[in-house]
Design a protein around this ligand. Sequence first.
Ligand SMILES: [Zn+2]
Length: 344
Amino acid sequence: MKPEQLLKPAPAGLYCPAGDFYIDPVRPVARALITHGHSDHARAGHGAVLATRETLDIMEIRYGEDFCGTSQAAAFGERIDIGGVTVSFHPAGHVLGSAQIAVEKDGLRIVASGDYKRGADPTCAAYEPVPCDVFITEATFGLPVFHHPEPKAEMGKLLTSLKQFPERSHLVGAYSLGKSQRVIRLLRDCGYDAPIYIHGSLARLCDYYVGRGIDLGDLRPATTEKSKPADYRGAVIVGPPSAFEGRWARRFSEPLISFASGWMMVRQRAKQGGVELPLVISDHCDWPELTETIRELAPSQVWVTHGREEALVRWCELAGVPARPLHLVGYEDEGEGEGEGEGD
Ligand SMILES: [Zn+2]
């Protein structure tokens, strides 16, 4: 069997004809396998959905309990048969519940990694390498210029700023699923134990993370209606970047705008967004992680999905690994989109 017969790009997403299912389809389909809860991968309206327990719960939190017809939870490593095709889910290290999906038939194994990262993240299970014939990788930060620094060192910049400007409210922009909980956990791991205030849109997801055993410390709602700006003097307030453009953010005392994102490596982006304190914290692989992962797995082929496909395809070819871009559409260039692209 050729890999293209097992899994192929189609308008709705990656399609497996033998099992009649899609992976992360961008439009409603009869059967979907979902890698993780970010809105460009997990959409509402599918017939049957197979995903990890956490991803299903996150979809329900975001879309309501009727987000799909029927759902089935896949445990990590469990082998599930769909029409003679074996599928299994493996940790991707991206956000809580995030998985790579292995698809196997007649001795051929393709791994669709979804979004993934290799760096330590105490808010989700660590990426596990899955040997495969074809490795499908994202390339969000697929250019040699992208090197993500140590997240704790980035957090140190925020702690230094809090000491330097004790009168200013520090507003930290972070996407609502994954990044905001990671930022909060990182602050705790750096010894910050004061209350952290969160925008209302983060509350349910933060509660969910806490319910899954991820301690986020003392979280309080950042409600500007019932409180005075002075109440937030010197405090850390975490919210989705989109909230910082509205009235909500201007009510705080001398707000200092920070943003935790892999894109903060690009100075121009920070400047355009009016970000005073950029924090380079990413939930995606940087260039060394992407290339080291491909070296480690040594697949016979690499397929590259969203992001900067061309540079990574070229690198693979120079490394002697046949590679091609899949040109899948519908996955945001994360951080560009308004609320859609997230988890950068
Ligand atoms: Zn994602």
